[in-house]
Write a protein of this length. Structure first.
Lengths: 587, 227
């Protein structure tokens, strides 16, 4: 039986008039995407401020009275959790996933718009629950973002009473929100592609988001399971994870639970989470590079295969986060091997990005600068990952700043570089106006050079053996005094980078009103989202008729074409298929 | 292998077939979308229970674990109460199937009878599970007493919550049909609900089997998983 999708009914439900139905209780994927993005950027700024406070303590110990060890641990924990889950996951999938999926595949909306709206409001609830822990008695949890038991729920850890409960509740709500959104993204990609949009004609952005969403759907249950079980340990006194122990001289009621079991569950979620963040970023950066280098993405099929392969492999590497917890040597060998194997598809992607630039017509626009910056930061962070994937190298480095440097380069800075590239790239579409280029370039250079000034020295601190997670170093013989000057310099760089993000915020909001009209398809991009009748796209995206797709998303610099690109919805001409087909040479 | 064939295609070559005029595409088929989304959702719930069960098997190998069946003083050595509850859930599933058959044939009275009976038995199942909780409490099997007890309360609670979610969706479907007064619009959402009901019955049977397993069975399963 053929149903007419809700999004395709031009009825009262889809012609929102009042402010409330248009911008608050909206079921339009574009509005929901913007709601998701603004919320995520807001909590991201909170987390950025927290990192600044951490750096103040590390760079200038004994200077700031309001940062005590308790507060420091709380800053670390909340910074990590917010950045990974509530900023990156939400902005990449909730924000860009929502905005791009229907537009890039030629649909009018998600297949379940109501569920989509619900997803955002659940996400907002999870953020509010999380932020409320700042005002709870005892403050937010300071257990570290991995929330390892038994310490996470024991007296002595900051926020062991209220903070941890609110954190676990917030995570559970977030997972429900993500599942609602995720089911929507996957179903929309599989079911709502317009005529001619085969899976292999989808832009890589959609491939990245699609695969990451499947990873999320399969991985987040592990976090839910661990959150529920830890909540029961805390509230009802069960002993899933809590071993029999004596705390502060008092024997507790817990019997022999297994903290390592929690670690397995947490990292069974935690490692795919890295790729939940990375795969959409991989996809988006591919499209930005191809568009601004006016060249088809090198090895499209290989890029798709690599995304799928990385997604699959990401489920069998989790224990490389647990080498220091101790494990059977055979397991260590297995997980080290699978970890190193992931380097193969990842390296393919990096080579393909570089080869896309090779002999391209590179335009150093602001999004392109960020995309090229990403190739640097990602290669850099990825290579240190190869060090840490080996058990014998990981053991001495694991608790040092080397690891902090590694994961900030690979999954902190790199996805953020892509997010900036993507925001600048699609800003003309979303707002209808162009941003200020000078401010954008200044923002890039501060951010790019600044992150190197922050994270490059951290590798050296790690080699020196400077331990991470510590509030203060105290007098330690093996750490030279110069390490402290390095720490101070890192802090100053971090503060400069943090403040320079104001350039971005100012640019984005100023340009909403004062930027010059972007017009239709200012970058000359081929993918469908730029081919809408209105800019920014109106409700329903496509006017009366859905677009029809005739080609893949990378027909750039086509010989003999009227412009140097051919959009996906342009029919193939007779001459194209036979003589001088640029694609033929690649067979 | 359709997936492999898709992944092997070469999108940069111009495929003349697609360029040929085809009937105007009107938009996605919501019934098919519902089926796909449900399949993914069932996958997510399966992973959830799979992980709970894996942790159960892992936790069972610690010395303080005492399985709820096996010894005469353990509550599920005689699982007759659980069989009774299982019967309620099975009746609920059966009634859903009956209601669905009615919807396919356009018989409103069968639909109403089926859905009502399904909802009734589902609620009765939840009440019976709650009664089982109270029964175990009265026997001194508290949630924190032993990891096996904890898992009993945890797994039954998570399963019950999923059934409650199903009841909410079902009531939404019924309400929509009432509002539309259109029987034909019922059959595809009812199909999804019925699939979900059967799925929850299967999940319950797995949980049931696990909770009533003797220590030897649990140990054998755990050994197979490498714990």
């Amino acid at each position: 039986m053929q149903h007419v999708a809700i999004a395709d009914q031009i009825d009262e439900m889809h012609d929102p008039q009042s402010f409330v139905t248009k911008y608050i209780w909206s079921q339009d994927h574009k509005v929901i995407a913007i709601q998701y993005s603004l919320t995520a950027i807001f909590v991201g700024l909170v987390a950025l401020v927290l990192s600044g406070l951490m750096r103040l303590q590390l760079g200038f110990p004994d200077t700031f009275d309001f940062i005590d060890p308790t507060a420091y641990l709380q800053f670390v924990t909340m910074h990590g959790m917010i950045m990974v889950i509530y900023l990156l996951t939400a902005l990449l999938l909730g924000g860009f996933g929502n905005y791009m999926i229907p537009l890039m595949i030629g649909a009018r909306d998600m297949v379940f718009p109501y569920l989509n709206m619900l997803s955002y409001w659940m996400y907002l609830l999870s953020v509010l629950v999380l932020l409320s822990s700042f005002f709870a008695p005892g403050g937010p949890t300071g257990a570290g973002w991995t929330l390892y038991p038994p310490q996470a729920i024991l007296q002595g850890t900051p926020g062991y009473d209220w903070g941890i409960i609110l954190m676990l509740a917030s995570l559970a709500i977030f997972i429900i929100a993500f599942t609602m959104g995720g089911l929507n993204y996957v179903t929309t990609v599989l079911q709502a592609r317009t005529h001619g949009m085969t899976l292999m004609r989808m832009p890589l952005t959609i491939w990245g988001i699609f695969t990451a969403t499947i990873l999320g759907l399969l991985a987040f249950p592990a976090l839910l399971v661990s959150a529920i079980m830890m909540m029961l340990d805390k509230v009802l006194g069960t002993s899933f994870f809590m071993p029999a122990l004596v705390s502060l001289g008092e024997s507790l009621d817990y019997t022999g639970g297994s903290p390592v079991l929690f670690q397995h569950l947490f990292w069974f979620f935690g490692h795919p989470e890295v790729y939940i963040v990375a795969l959409p970023a991989f996809g988006m950066v591919s499209d930005v590079l191809a568009t601004h280098a006016r060249k088809n993405i090198f090895g499209y099929r290989m890029m798709v295969w690599a995304i799928v392969a990385i997604g699959g492999l990401s489920f069998i590497v989790w224990a490389h986060h647990m080498y220091v917890s101790g494990m059977h040597p055979a397991f260590g060998f297995f997980f080290a091997t699978t970890t190193l194997i992931i380097a193969i598809p990842t390296a393919i992607k990096v080579y393909n990005w570089v080869l896309t630039l090779w002999q391209g017509n590179i335009h150093l626009t602001v999004p392109m600068l960020f995309a090229i910056g990403f190739i640097f930061t990602f290669t850099h962070g990825g290579l240190t990952g190869l060090f840490l994937g080996n058990v014998v190298i990981d053991l001495p480095l694991s608790d040092t700043y080397f690891v902090v440097a590694h994961f900030h380069m690979v999954m902190g800075v790199s996805p953020v570089m892509v997010l900036f590239a993507a925001i600048y790239h699609w800003y003309p579409l979303i707002s209808g106006r162009m941003f200020n280029v000078t401010l954008g370039k200044a923002h890039f250079w501060f951010t790019f050079l600044g992150t190197y000034a922050i994270y490059l020295p951290m590798h050296y601190l790690g080699f020196l053996g400077v331990p991470r997670r510590y509030f203060a170093m105290g007098s330690t013989d093996f750490i030279p005094e110069s390490a402290q000057s390095l720490n101070a310099s890192i802090t100053i760089s971090a503060l400069i980078v943090g403040v320079s993000q104001l350039l971005f915020l100012y640019n984005i909001f100023w340009s909403l009103r004062h930027g010059k009209q972007a017009g239709h398809n200012p970058w000359g991009a081929t993918s469908l989202e730029w081919q809408t009748p209105d800019v920014p796209p109106h409700h329903g995206n496509w006017g009366a008729e859905l677009p029809r797709v005739y080609r893949w998303a990378y027909d750039y610099s086509v010989p003999g074409a009227e412009h140097d690109f051919i959009p996906q919805n342009h029919p193939v001409t007779d001459t194209e298929g036979t003589a001088g087909d640029h694609g033929e040479s690649e067979k | 292998m359709k997936a492999l064939k898709i992944l092997r295609s070469k999108p940069w070559l111009h495929d003349s077939e697609v360029a040929v005029a085809a009937p105007q595409y009107a938009g996605p088929d919501t019934a098919a979308a519902g089926r796909i989304a449900l399949r993914f959702f069932l996958l997510v719930v399966s992973v959830l229970f799979f992980l709970f069960i894996i942790t159960f098997l892992s936790r069972s190998q610690y010395p303080d674990f005492e399985a709820l069946a096996g010894a005469p003083w353990q509550p599920f050595t005689d699982p007759s109460r659980l069989w009774f509850n299982t019967g309620l859930l099975a009746f609920s599933s059966l009634a859903m199937q009956l209601g669905l058959a009615g919807a396919h044939r356009g018989k409103l009275n069968i639909v109403v009878a089926g859905i009502s009976a399904a909802a009734f038995f589902a609620v009765m199942f939840l009440v019976a599970q709650l009664d089982l909780w109270l029964h175990l409490q009265s026997m001194g099997f508290y949630v924190g007493g032993n990891p096996a007890n904890s898992y009993f309360y945890l797994l039954t609670a998570v399963h019950g919550l999923h059934l409650m979610g199903g009841l909410m969706v079902l009531s939404n479907v019924v309400f929509r049909v009432w509002y539309d007064d259109e029987l034909s619009s019922l059959s595809s959402p009812l199909q999804l609900c019925t699939t979900y009901w059967h799925f929850l019955l299967v999940i319950w049977l797995v949980v049931f089997a696990l909770l009533t397993s003797r220590p030897e069975t649990i140990n054998a399963l755990a050994a197979m998983c490498g714990f």
